[in-house]
Ligand binder design. Structure first.
Ligand code: NOJ
Length: 743
């Protein structure tokens, strides 16, 4: 999709549109019709939906968002086409983050599969359902690197690492877009938020990010670059200040980096109201200034609820602050996207067919498989898999075990709770006629101190009733556990404690959950802790006292079925952590690719009160199978600066059970123009290894894997130096080799 010169149709439209019509094309409105239910305003002023429909009637909107009903998308599309003198259709954008009707595991869970096929398949199902209802553009994937789990939006991304993040980003873009924009049953993908949003100060959502140039180029930009290389048609700009300039008005970021360095050719959209926010930032003088500065920085489309700043741009054109050619460039990009999607020729969806697509049983199978692939077995001292034949009674404990709303997680809108399989449902079905499954919540649902921003959608999930008897319910759970062969304790964060605007200052299990876990463990019944979360929690006690811990994230529509399969051994866990798991919140931010300075001996114990090492390293995850690594071989001890070595290693499944291992290669540059991380993930592959068999893994390490942006020379570089290589199952891998690169 190139924007330098449009198709004949696009150029003809450009020549005919008035300035107001052009600015309309550059505006995306929220449409709150389904949310405010058509309520009238007290003073008789137009409601938000009426304002938007007024804009549609005059060709004043280029895109809408938050409409997901096929009859509504058709109705509004008809208004847009009839309202525009040239019959230009609108784009319908939506936050399709991990599924539309069929909900997949949350994005951090998909990343934990380390498996591009699973991720691509998941998002292609999401795209198919979205397109069926008239959505043709998704605000996903979120590719922000996150190293501070206090930031709730880490759940939407792929964690801490740029290489893994890049793979996950590209796979999602391919899933959403198919062969390319215009593929049937696919949509435009919009990687977000450009850039640095994940580095919000203190993990507080929307706070400023201050990121060094070397971190931007080496860590924060690469996932965007991979998404762009995979053909992403859209990029969303971030809300926050990046090094003192708001991302949405930052020309260096949106033009020099995004267009010139990363080669992006699609259209850039603002985050919700982030152009108007340039005034809030104390950056723009007024709305006209905000619109002018965003547009001149490289913003193509403004997402707004009302009164968009771009609607004020006539004044800026007239006084010369904005060049009409710059406006045309953005309009061309938007019209080109609409044309590539085929909207000029086929703007409507088949309302009857939508229900069939949304109900497709194959989508549920894909969701279950993705949930099975994403769970991470953090610890297992011989308890899992459970032996169904030896079980008479299983005690399932914890409020989320029976909560469909929590099973599917945050950032979903069109879900079906009735068809959602909770963990209690999943275990009851799997053990039907074989063992009794009891259920007790044990503790109440913890209410947030401040209401969730999603409560406007009625979306907080269940609350415990007013008359909830905490003591009685606690005792009930403990006695259930005492009478059972195994206790499956499902703990974590309810789904509205994580996501946008849901930062936490603590990583402890909320409420009384730890005390419940301790009381259940004291019964002497073996305990499996099943964790539902989108970030690491403080598991120090559990790691010492609970024999098995399975992180299942928010596993989606089929979550309970997948977890039952995992617990009972019908599926073998193979997920791996896409982030470093801290012991306590005091250690964050923490990640694996750090550099070393003074006194390596002291590095393990630099806190007065806590070790410096994480609880679980990046890449960690156990299996019911077991793997051993042979010696690491390098094809050459010495290569030239552009040369490549092939690193080989044998991975053997030493168990009697088939399983998948994620083989990870870490690189370390011993010296060079700048300090480099002690270990940096440089290659990986998820591989199925049947019981007793060996797989020879080979990884090519060439200039691309060694290149980095050096703060010393302020450019990309390749150093002549010696490299250490480690290959293994996590960031502490010990099988080692080395090679030297000569100038
Ligand atoms: C704000 C969020 O930051 C962004 O990710 C989302 O796509 C928009 N709102 C639209 O819902």
């Amino acid at each position: 999709m190139t924007s330098e010169i449009g198709s004949e149709r696009v150029e003809r439209l450009l020549a005919e549109l008035t300035l107001e019509e052009k600015l309309g094309q550059l505006t995306q409105y929220f449409y709150f019709g389904a949310i405010d239910g058509g309520a009238e305003t007290a003073d008789g002023a137009p409601t938000q939906p009426q304002l938007v429909e007024g804009a549609l009637a005059t060709g004043g909107a280029g895109a809408l968002l938050f409409v997901n009903d096929p009859a509504e998308t058709n109705r509004l599309q008809r208004q847009a086409i009839e309202g525009s003198r040239h019959g230009i259709p609108v784009l319908f954008g939506f936050d399709v983050i991990h599924g539309l009707r069929t909900i997949f595991p949350v994005p951090i869970a998909l990343a934990a599969t380390w498996d591009a096929d699973v991720i691509e398949r998941s998002q292609s199902v999401a795209a198919r359902e979205a397109r069926a209802v008239g959505i043709n553009w998704v605000f996903a994937p979120m590719v922000d690197i996150a190293r501070d789990p206090r930031w709730g939006r880490m759940i939407e991304g792929a964690g801490e690492d740029p290489l893994l993040g890049g793979m996950v980003a590209a796979a999602q873009v391919r899933g959403f877009q198919g062969e390319g924009i215009g593929s049937a049953e696919h949509v435009i993908a919009g990687p977000k938020h450009f850039a640095g949003y994940g580095a919000a100060l203190g993990g507080r959502d929307y706070d400023e990010a201050n990121i060094s140039d070397q971190e931007l180029w080496n860590t924060y930009f690469p996932p965007f670059h991979e998404a762009i290389k995979a053909g992403a048609g859209n990029i969303m700009a971030a809300y926050q200040d990046l090094n003192g300039v708001p991302a949405s008005g930052n020309r260096w970021l949106l033009h020099e980096v995004l267009r010139e360095a990363l080669g992006f050719e699609g259209f850039v959209v603002s985050d919700a109201n982030s152009v108007r926010d340039l005034e809030t930032h104390h950056f723009a003088a007024d709305l006209t200034d905000a619109g002018a500065r965003a547009l001149n920085a490289g913003m193509d489309m403004e997402m707004a609820i009302f009164d968009p700043a771009f609607g004020h741009l006539r004044a800026a054109v007239e006084d010369g602050r904005v060049d009409i050619a710059r406006i045309d460039e953005s309009v061309r990009r938007i019209l080109t996207a609409k044309e590539a999607l085929g909207l000029f020729d086929a703007p409507f969806v088949d309302e009857d067919a939508a229900a069939t697509v949304l109900g497709d049983p194959a989508h549920r199978v894909a969701a279950r498989e993705a949930a099975e692939a994403s769970a991470v077995l953090l610890r297992n001292e011989g308890v899992l898999p459970l032996d169904a034949a030896a079980l008479n009674r299983v005690a399932v404990i914890g409020p989320m075990a029976a909560s469909a709303r929590d099973t599917i997680g945050p950032w979903v809108f069109d879900y079906d709770l009735d068809e959602t399989v909770t963990i209690v449902d999943g275990l009851r079905t799997a053990l039907d006629g074989r063992a009794e499954v009891t259920y007790a919540s044990g503790v109440p649902f913890d209410r947030r101190e401040f209401p969730s921003m999603f409560e406007m959608f009625g979306d907080s999930g269940p609350f415990s009733p007013e008359d909830f008897d905490a003591d009685a319910e606690f005792a009930h759970a403990v006695s259930d556990a005492a009478a059972a062969d195994v206790a499956v304790v499902v703990l974590g964060e309810r789904q509205d404690m994580i996501g946008e605007n849901a930062s936490r200052s603590s990583l402890e299990l909320p409420g009384d959950q730890l005390r419940l876990l301790q009381a259940v463990a004291e019964t002497g019944t073996p305990v499996v802790l099943v964790l539902m979360s989108g970030r690491p929690l403080d598991l120090r006690w559990a790691d010492e006292n609970v024999p098995a811990i399975l992180e299942v994230w928010y596993p989606g529509t089929q979550g309970g079925a997948a977890i039952a399969n995992l617990l009972l051994g019908a599926a073998t866990p193979a997920g791996r952590l896409p982030f470093t798991w801290p012991r306590t919140v005091g250690q964050v931010p923490i990640h694996h690719a750090v550099t070393r300075s003074h006194d390596p001996q002291a590095q393990g114990r630099r806190y007065w009160d806590e070790q410096s090492t994480p609880l679980y390293p990046f890449g960690h995850g156990l299996s019911y199978a077991a793997f051993s690594y042979g010696a690491v071989a390098v094809s050459a001890g010495e290569v030239g600066i552009d040369g490549e070595v092939v690193v080989s290693v044998d991975v053997t499944n030493t168990s009697d059970r088939d399983g998948a291992e994620v083989v990870q290669l870490y690189l370390h540059q011993r010296y060079g123009s700048a300090s480099r991380p002690l270990r940096q993930l440089a290659a990986f592959e998820r591989v199925e290894v049947p019981a007793g068999q060996t797989r020879r893994m080979q990884f090519r390490i060439g200039a691309e894997q060694r290149r980095y942006w050096s703060a010393a020379i302020r450019d990309w570089t390749l150093d002549a130096t010696t490299f250490d290589v480690w290959v293994g199952g996590d960031a502490t891998a010990s099988a080692h080799a080395e090679f030297t690169v000569t100038a």
